[in-house]
Write a protein that binds this ligand. Structure first.
Ligand code: SF4
Length: 437
């Protein structure tokens, strides 16, 4: 069968994995694309799978238009990817044949053959949601590698690879534990090596390891440092340490050995999800850490010669002015090497989503108009906080940058874009409040 997989804007690992299974194991004719400007590209397909990862993808007018066009040509269309956690929204917003639920590696080939297991769809006006019966072991043999993969740039890497799934955390804003579960399933090291060799053969020279918290690789009751270290050493030996990054790490799952391995076998950066400088807010987000632990992990990384980037969330419905000021103070104390700021996004089916749905719009920083120092820009409160924190971080990084007019504009535009996206996503969840609460 001719199957086109559309992975919006970038070749996600998940789309490459399903593509590999459909091609190698099930002998389908596969095309993986990341651009739908030319809808006619799909016309030779029997089936189209839209692999989507953001709530906004569902209401993207180009995607809606493409779906309507393909339906008019009688082509079967399924949606897959992280958005499949909320099929009720997809099936009402997009005229597709079904939503492939959760991890689709086992179910997609069966669904293509007509099975309904692991599929959500409408039948006689009624929505049927058949949850997948099991979660896959990560023993898939071959990913589908698009020819132009080496030209892809995702935050500096050509590709993000997956070494394990699941997370032990309970962070209320995060989809990972609900989607993948809290048991850690890890890919055998031999398969990771095989995959990295395959990517290298196809021109990839910069790889990042994704998957929540890197050091949870092979976690079984406790962190298995040796396996994690063996894994990144093996990948580094193939691709070169200057071409490997191991971005995400939880502050409570690093120690000197783990950090030294990151220093020795990768570009030498860790990326901690700090989120806030307020312990009250960290508790409310169920982050499982506090400012003291966060600062300690930052210091430990610096002592090991590892650079530290931290990410922060602003505009959480429970974030008060005092919490935001504590975050600014934390950034001063932490002297991070890099900082990423995001406005809180209520991903459907997360606890944060329920919290946002239970917060009146005029009490949610996403919708409150900002009346402080940036009011001339017409910002919402979450946008003003994001903008302010971006500027503030620049001044308190380990190597501060001069805030030029240009840089200030870049941050203002970024804050406005995030604010606009999150308003759209929040309006969408309110539309489907009855399904989500
Ligand atoms: S630690 Fe990271 S991956 Fe795990 S639940 Fe929290 S944010 Fe998500």
């Amino acid at each position: 069968m001719k199957i086109t997989i559309y992975s919006k804007d970038l070749y996600t690992y998940g789309a490459m994995l399903v593509g590999g299974i459909l091609k190698e194991t099930h002998k389908h004719n596969i095309k993986l694309i990341k651009d739908i400007k030319n809808k006619k590209l799909f016309l030779k397909s029997d089936i189209v799978i839209l692999s989507l990862y953001s709530t906004l993808n569902i209401i993207d007018p180009v995607i809606k238009d493409t779906v309507d066009y393909l339906k008019s040509k009688n082509i079967k269309i399924y949606v897959a990817g992280p958005v499949s956690a909320y099929p009720e929204i997809i099936l009402n917003e997009l005229n597709v044949d079904g939503v492939i639920l959760g991890e689709g590696e086992l179910t997609t080939p069966e669904i293509i053959n007509g099975s309904k297991d692991g599929l959500a769809y409408f039948e006689n006006g009624e929505m049927i949601v058949n949850k997948p019966k099991s979660k896959p072991d990560l023993d898939f043999s071959k990913i589908y590698v698009p020819k132009d993969i080496a030209a892809q740039n995702v935050r500096g890497a050509n590709v993000y690879i997956e070494t394990h799934r699941g997370c032990l955390g309970h962070c209320t804003f995060c989809q990972v534990p609900e989607f993948f579960g809290r048991d850690i399933r890890s890919k055998p090291i031999e398969l990771i090596i095989e995959e990295v060799n395959e990517l290298k053969k196809n021109g990839v020279n910069r790889i990042a390891i994704s998957g929540g918290t890197g050091s949870l690789y092979n976690f079984k009751n406790t962190v298995n440092k040796n396996k994690f270290i063996e894994m990144i050493e093996s990948v580094s030996n193939i691709i070169g340490r200057q071409n490997l990054s191991v971005p995400d790490m939880r502050v409570d799952y690093v120690d000197e050995e783990v950090l030294n391995a990151i220093k020795n076998y990768s570009i030498g950066w860790v990326f901690y999800g700090i989120e806030s400088g307020s312990d009250k807010l960290l508790n409310s987000m169920k982050k499982g850490t506090n400012s003291k632990k966060n600062l300690k992990a930052i210091e430990l990384a610096k002592d090991c010669g590892v650079k530290v980037a931290g990410s922060f969330i602003v505009g959480h419905p429970k974030e008060k002015e005092v919490d935001f000021l504590m975050t600014k103070d934390f950034i001063v104390d932490a002297e991070l090497d890099d900082v990423f700021v995001s406005a809180a996004e209520p991903i459907p089916k997360t606890e944060l989503c329920t919290e946002v749905l239970n917060t009146k719009m005029d009490e949610n920083p996403t919708f409150i108009s900002h009346n402080g120092p940036y009011r001339r820009y017409g910002l919402k409160e979450n946008e003003a906080r994001a903008y302010d924190l971006m500027l503030h971080s620049e001044m308190w990084k380990s190597t501060p940058r001069v805030i030029t007019t240009n840089l200030s504009k870049v941050y203002l535009d970024e804050a406005k874009m995030q604010g606009s996206d999150i308003r759209k996503a929040t309006e969408l969840i309110f539309k489907y409040r009855d399904f989500l609460i």
